[in-house]
Design a protein. Structure first.
Lengths: 656, 333
C-alpha cells in the first residue's frame, strides 16, 4: 500500500533527522517549494506516482465517508519542501495565545493567502511565492495581473475551487454596493474589474499601475481570501436565490447581506460565524470555546510533501486562550505547549532558557521585522499652539533623538541583541541609505542640551525646561499598555528626556483609549512599532512614514485625505511630501519609483518625523523537542512575514 | 412571613430593572463601540478602514442605532430567554456563560465554604484568647493575607508547584484534559488543580472575615448577659456557641450576598493569572473589547445571582436570629 510505504519511510526519516544538530536541511535541498507537482518532477527527476494520507483520513476513506486521496488532491498540488525531513502524521499541536483576539494569529492566521513569503534563513532575500494559487503574472504596464489556479483543486467540503469562486468574490461581493468597500481596497487594492479567462484563470484589472501588488497580496491575502465558496454562499445571495432574505432571517440574520457577510469566513477580519463555510486552509475550525479553539485538518488540502504525502501532518491544532502573559510563560516552562511564539517578550528569554531541560523544549531567538521596536512621533499639529511651536522646531526633535541612549536600551531590554538605530526602512531595500538609520541616532546629551538651549528653552527653578510662554514644557508619551515593550522602552526614554530637562511622563493606557486620543488629536507624543519596511513586501501605503499611521501630524494628514475639507492646511513641503507618497505606489517604472522613495525618506529623515530606538530585536520562540520541521533560524518573524505562516506550519509534525 | 417574601421579590424585580438600565448605560459609556475596539486591534496588524466604511459595517451589527434602542432590543430578547450573541466570539452569550458558570459556581461555593471553615474558628479562637500568642499569630497571618495581593500569591503558588513538584497549575485542567469530554480522570485532574485556586481566592476573604468575626464576638463577650450567664455557672462552651457566637455571625451571614459577586468580579485578576475558566475573565475581556451583548448579559446574570444571594442571606438571618424574625412578623402583622 502506497500510504504505508510513504508513512514508514517517513518514520525512519524523522528518527534520523530528529537527533541531528541545529543546522538541518532536507534531503531535497533548500528549495522552498515547487509550485506544482510538474515543477517538482521536472526539477528533481523524481516521479510521484501515489499519494500518502493521514491515518485519520484513511480510516474515513475506508469507511466510505471520504473519496480516496488521489481524488481529493488537485491535479497540480503544491509540493512543499520540508525543513528537516518527511514527517509523521497525527497528533494535536498545542499552543496558546494571550486574549481572544489573537487566537487565530498562532499559527494559522494568514494561511488563506493566494501567495506567501518564502522566509528563508538569515541573510537570504525575502521572496513572494505562490501558495493557494499556482502562480500569477503581471502585465508590463503593471495594471493587470493574471491569476492561475490549481487545476482540480477543491474546497474543504470537496467542491471544486475554480475561477467562478474568484469571480464570485468580486462580482457578487467585493465590487457590489451592498458590501462595504473597504475590504475591497484592503484585500485587492484599487481594482476596477475582474475577468474570467477560463475555469482556472482569472485576470484582474487596475486603473492605475500597481507595482507593489504581489507584496500587497501577500500581506492582505492573509486576511482576505482571494476567493469565496460560491457553491456554499450563493444560496444566501439575493442574486442566486430569490428567497435569500427569508433564508437569512430563518438562520437569525437581519438580511441576506448580513448572512453572506458573516458566513463568507476565512478572513482575519472577524471570527468565523459559520464553521461549515468551506475554506482552503490546512486546518478548519472544529470547536470554539472560551478557553480554547480547536482546528482540524482539511482533508482536501492542496499541498503534498516531496514523498507524495498529503499535508498537513498534524491532525489538529489547539490554541488555548490565556488572559495573562505570566500564565503563558508558566505553561511554556511547564512544557505544556508544542510551540509558542507570539506574545513572548525578549526580557523573558533567560526564564525560558533556564527551564529548557525540565520543560523539554528549545528556545530560539528569531529576529522581528521591526525597523523600530518603539518609535516616537511628536505631534506636529498639537492642539496647544505653544507646544506645537516647540515640537515643530526640528532642533527639538534632533535633541530628543540625541538624548536617547539606544545602546543602553539595547543592553537593558534586549541583551544587546537588537540593533540601535533611527526609525528607518529595511537595509535590504534597493533605495536604502545607511544615513537614514544613523541620522541623529548617536547618544549625545551635550549636543541635545545645546540644541535645546539654542531654542531658548530655559530651565526653570526645578531644572525642567520652560516653554516660550514661561510654563513648564511637559509632555506625555501615550503608550498602549497592551504592548509591554513600549512601556518598558518608554520608561527609559522618558528618563533620558528628563535628563536633558524635558519633563516627559510615560503614560500607559488601554489601546482603545490610545486610539481614541490619537484619533481626536489629543496627545503629545505617540509611540508605535515600525514594521513593514521591506520593499519586496510591497504594502507600502500603510508605511508609518507615508501615512497617518505614524501619528506625527494628524491634522495635516486629515487635510490631505479630505482634499482640504477637514484638518489643517500643511506647509507646502509637507503637501509635496504627501502627494509624492501617493505617487510612489502607482509608479510603474522601478527606477523612477526608487527615486521617489529616496526623496520621500530623505525628507522623513531630515524632518525626524519618527524617532527610533532599537530595531530588529529577536523575540523568543519556544519549540517543544517533540516538534519536527520547525526551522531553527529564520530571516524574520512578525507581521512582515505573517507570523508563523511563513515557517510552513503545513509541514510541522510531532515526533512519535 | 409570606408577605415579607412577596415584598422582597417585588423589590428584587425593581432592583433588577434598575440594574439593567444602569449596567447597560455604564457599559455604553466608554467612547466607541465593539467595532472601534476590534478594528483598532486589527489596526495593530495592519487593517485600515475609513469612517464611512466602518459605518457600513456598523449597520450590519445593529451598532448604528441609538443606545436606548439597543437597550430595548437587548431587554426584549432577554425576556424571551435570548441573551444575544457575543460580537467577539460570534457565539450566543447563553452558551458562553453557560460554559463557564458551573465551574464559577463550584469554585465560588467551595471558596465560601473554605473561607468560613477557616475564618469562623480562627475568629472565635482569637476573640476568646484575646492578646494570646495564638491571637497574635492569627492576626499577623490575617493581616499578611489581607495585604498580599491575591494575584501575587497565585503567581507564587504557581511557581512553587511547578518548581518544587513539577506540576504546572495554569488553569483548572491539565493540558491533556483541556479539550476532552468529562470523565473520571478529568474530574480527578480538576480536583488536583482546585485547591490552589481556592486557597488563593479564599485567603483575602478569610483574613477579612477573621477580623470581622473576632471584632463582633469581642463586642458580644463584654455584654452583660454573657457575664450573667457565666456567673450563673453556665458551661463556657455552650455559653459561647449558644449566644455570642450566633450573634457575632450576623454580619458574616448578611455578607454572603455580597461574597458571590465579589468572588466572580473581585477576583478577576486572580482568575486571569490562574487562568481559571470562570466568568470573571470573560467579563473582563468583554468589557475591554466593548463586547456589549456579552458584557451586559454577564452583568445581568451576576446581578440576578447577587440579588438572590442577598435574598438567601436575609432568609438565613431570619432563621438564625429570632430578633429579626419576630421583628419582621411584628412589622407585617
Amino acid at each position: 500500500m502506497a500510504t504505508a510505504v510513504a508513512f514508514a519511510s517517513g518514520e525512519e526519516e524523522s528518527g534520523a533527522q530528529g537527533s541531528a544538530a541545529a543546522e538541518m536541511m532536507s534531503e531535497y535541498g533548500d528549495v522552498w517549494q515547487w509550485d506544482t507537482l510538474a515543477d517538482f518532477e521536472r526539477d528533481t527527476g523524481q516521479a510521484i506516482s501515489s499519494f500518502g494520507e493521514a491515518p485519520m483520513l484513511a480510516a474515513m476513506v475506508a469507511a466510505g465517508d471520504l473519496p480516496p486521496v488521489e481524488e481529493r488532491l488537485p491535479d497540480e498540488p503544491l509540493v512543499y519542501n520540508v525543513f528537516e525531513g518527511i514527517g509523521t502524521y497525527g497528533g494535536t499541536l498545542k499552543t496558546a495565545s494571550i486574549g481572544t483576539e489573537y487566537t487565530e494569529v498562532t499559527p494559522i492566521r494568514g494561511l488563506v493567502g493566494a501567495v506567501q513569503t518564502a522566509n528563508r534563513g538569515p541573510g537570504e532575500s525575502i521572496d513572494i511565492v505562490p501558495y493557494i494559487h499556482k502562480g500569477w503574472e503581471m502585465s508590463d504596464d503593471q495594471k493587470t495581473v493574471t491569476l492561475y489556479l490549481r487545476r482540480g483543486m477543491k474546497w474543504s467540503d470537496g467542491a471544486p475551487y475554480t475561477a467562478d469562486d474568484v469571480m464570485f468574490s468580486f462580482e457578487d461581493f467585493l465590487l457590489i454596493e451592498e458590501f462595504p468597500s473597504g475590504w475591497r481596497r484592503n484585500g485587492w487594492g484599487p481594482m476596477s474589474h475582474a475577468e474570467k479567462v477560463d475555469d482556472y484563470t482569472v485576470r484582474l484589472h487596475y486603473s492605475d499601475p500597481f507595482p507593489t501588488l504581489p507584496g500587497w497580496y501577500e500581506f492582505w491575502g492573509g486576511w482576505h481570501p482571494h476567493a469565496y465558496p460560491k457553491h456554499y454562499l450563493s444560496k444566501y445571495h439575493a442574486k442566486y436565490n430569490d428567497n435569500a432574505d427569508a433564508l437569512a432571517k430563518e438562520e437569525g440574520y437581519d438580511s441576506w447581506v448580513q448572512a453572506v457577510w458573516q458566513k463568507r469566513g476565512g478572513g482575519g477580519d472577524f471570527r468565523v460565524e459559520d464553521m461549515n463555510t468551506p475554506s482552503v486552509k490546512p486546518w478548519n475550525h472544529e470547536e470554539i470555546t472560551t478557553t480554547y479553539v480547536l482546528h482540524v485538518r482539511n482533508p482536501y488540502h492542496f499541498a503534498i510533501d516531496p514523498a507524495g504525502n498529503q499535508l498537513p501532518y498534524l491532525d489538529r491544532l489547539r490554541v488555548e486562550t490565556v488572559a495573562d502573559s505570566e500564565t503563558l510563560n508558566l505553561k511554556i516552562i511547564g512544557g505544556e505547549l508544542s510551540i509558542a511564539a507570539l506574545g513572548l517578550a525578549t526580557p523573558d528569554f533567560p526564564l525560558f532558557k533556564e527551564n529548557e531541560e525540565s520543560g523539554n523544549y528549545q528556545t530560539l531567538m528569531w529576529p522581528r521585522a521591526a525597523g523600530a521596536e518603539s518609535f516616537y512621533a511628536f505631534n506636529l499639529t498639537h492642539q496647544d499652539p505653544v507646544q506645537r511651536e516647540v515640537f515643530q522646531d526640528v532642533r527639538f526633535r534632533q535633541a530628543m533623538s540625541l538624548a536617547i541612549n539606544r545602546d543602553e536600551i539595547n543592553k537593558v531590554l534586549f541583551f544587546g541583541l537588537a540593533t540601535p538605530r533611527q526609525a528607518a526602512m529595511d537595509p535590504e531595500n534597493s533605495f536604502y541609505k545607511e544615513e537614514w538609520a544613523t541620522h541623529y541616532a548617536e547618544y549625545d546629551p551635550d549636543t541635545a542640551n545645546r540644541l535645546l538651549d539654542e531654542m531658548g528653552l530655559e530651565r526653570g527653578s526645578d531644572g525642567f525646561r520652560l516653554r516660550p510662554d514661561g510654563e513648564v514644557l511637559h509632555a506625555q508619551i501615550l503608550i498602549p499598555l497592551e504592548w509591554p515593550i513600549h512601556v518598558a522602552i518608554g520608561e527609559l526614554v522618558a528618563e533620558y528626556w528628563q535628563d536633558v530637562g524635558v519633563k516627559v511622563d510615560p503614560r500607559s493606557y488601554s489601546i482603545d483609549l490610545v486610539g481614541e486620543r490619537l484619533g481626536s488629536n489629543d496627545y503629545d507624543i505617540a509611540v508605535w512599532f515600525l514594521r513593514r519596511t521591506n520593499e519586496s513586501k510591497g504594502y507600502l501605503p500603510s508605511n508609518k512614514f507615508t501615512s497617518n499611521d505614524g501619528h506625527y501630524a494628524p491634522l495635516w494628514w486629515a487635510w490631505h485625505h479630505s482634499g482640504g475639507e477637514s484638518g489643517e492646511e500643511p506647509p507646502d513641503e509637507f503637501k509635496d511630501f504627501f502627494n509624492l507618497a501617493g505617487q510612489w505606489y502607482i509608479t510603474a517604472d522601478k527606477a523612477e519609483r526608487d527615486r521617489i522613495a529616496t526623496q520621500l525618506f530623505d525628507f522623513a529623515s531630515e524632518q525626524m518625523l519618527l524617532i527610533g530606538t532599537v530595531g530588529y530585536a529577536p523575540i523568543p520562540v519556544v519549540v517543544g523537542n517533540e516538534m519536527g520541521n520547525v526551522p531553527r533560524d529564520v530571516r524574520y518573524i512578525g507581521d512582515d512575514v505573517q507570523f508563523l505562516r511563513d515557517v510552513k506550519p503545513d509541514q510541522w509534525y510531532l515526533k512519535q | 412571613m409570606t408577605a415579607y417574601v412577596v415584598r422582597r421579590v417585588f423589590y428584587m424585580l425593581i432592583t433588577l430593572t434598575l440594574v439593567s438600565v444602569v449596567g447597560f448605560a455604564i457599559i455604553q459609556l466608554p467612547p466607541g463601540d465593539f467595532l472601534d475596539t476590534h478594528l483598532r486591534q486589527l489596526g495593530i496588524t495592519g487593517a485600515q478602514l475609513s469612517e464611512e466604511e466602518l459605518q457600513d459595517i456598523r449597520a450590519y451589527y445593529g451598532l448604528d442605532s441609538p443606545g436606548y434602542m439597543q437597550y430595548f432590543v437587548w431587554v426584549g430578547n432577554m425576556l424571551r430567554g435570548d441573551l444575544g450573541e457575543s460580537y467577539s466570539y460570534r457565539i450566543p452569550v447563553g452558551e458562553l456563560v453557560g460554559e463557564r458558570l458551573p465551574l464559577t459556581v463550584l469554585v465560588s461555593l467551595l471558596t465560601i465554604v473554605v473561607t468560613f471553615l477557616l475564618a469562623v474558628p480562627i475568629g472565635i479562637y482569637s476573640a476568646t484568647h484575646q492578646y494570646s500568642l495564638g491571637d497574635y499569630t492569627a492576626t499577623v497571618f490575617g493581616f499578611v493575607g489581607l495585604a498580599t495581593p491575591n494575584f501575587m500569591l497565585a503567581l507564587l503558588l504557581m511557581w512553587i508547584s511547578l518548581s518544587w513538584f513539577g506540576f504546572p497549575i495554569t488553569g483548572l485542567f491539565s493540558s491533556e484534559y483541556l479539550d476532552q469530554p468529562w470523565s473520571v480522570a478529568k474530574f480527578l485532574d480538576m480536583m488536583l488543580h482546585l485547591p490552589v485556586a481556592i486557597l488563593v481566592v479564599a485567603t483575602g476573604g478569610t483574613a477579612g472575615l477573621i477580623r470581622v468575626m473576632r471584632g463582633s464576638l469581642l463586642d458580644e463577650l463584654q455584654k452583660q448577659y454573657v457575664i450573667t450567664a457565666r456567673s450563673k455557672g453556665l458551661e463556657e462552651a455552650s455559653l459561647l456557641f449558644k449566644y455570642p457566637v450566633r450573634i457575632a455571625l450576623n454580619p458574616i451571614i448578611s455578607g454572603i450576598g455580597g461574597v458571590f459577586p465579589e468572588l466572580v468580579s473581585g477576583t478577576v485578576i486572580t482568575a486571569i493569572v490562574l487562568n481559571l475558566p470562570t466568568v470573571g475573565p470573560l467579563l473582563f475581556n468583554a468589557l475591554t473589547q466593548e463586547d456589549m451583548q456579552l458584557a451586559a448579559s454577564i452583568v445581568m446574570v451576576l446581578s440576578v445571582l447577587t440579588i438572590l444571594g442577598v435574598f438567601v442571606s436575609d432568609m438565613l438571618l431570619l432563621w438564625l436570629d429570632p430578633r429579626i424574625r419576630f421583628g419582621s412578623e411584628k412589622a407585617t402583622a
